[in-house]
Design a protein. Structure first.
Length: 114
């Protein structure tokens, strides 16, 4: 279901803030509320399945296997003896992999709720 409360709050807030012209304020508030409801102000979120090299139809076992494989490759302890650039890249990549795995787990948990 699409969110709607940003539009309603925007209309009331816009009308209240622009008391000299409440119709214009309500219109501006409606537009801002629409933008908030559609996450226009949120940064683009990367596809967590693409980070793990999977498609969205992957099973839980495939997700776990891809996560373990990538973490064994990019874990910062694994590249402890390498140069600083390699360590920094491994840390960034491990953070991305962990975030993608957590996001997939949250998405699947929310989709399984009745």
């Amino acid at each position: 279901m699409k969110r709607w409360y940003g539009k309603v709050l925007g209309v009331f807030a816009g009308a209240a803030l622009l008391r000299s012209n409440p119709l214009l304020g309500a219109l501006i508030g409606l537009l801002l509320g629409h933008a908030l409801d559609n996450d226009w102000f949120r940064g683009k979120r990367e596809n967590p399945y693409a980070v793990l090299g999977l498609d969205e139809e992957a099973t839980d076992a495939e997700v776990d296997l891809a996560y373990r494989r990538l973490m064994s490759q990019y874990h910062p302890d694994r590249v402890a003896g390498a140069g600083t650039d390699v360590q920094r890249h491994a840390e960034v990549r491990a953070r991305e992999i962990n975030a993608a795995y957590d996001r997939i787990q949250a998405l699947r948990k929310n989709s399984n709720k009745p």
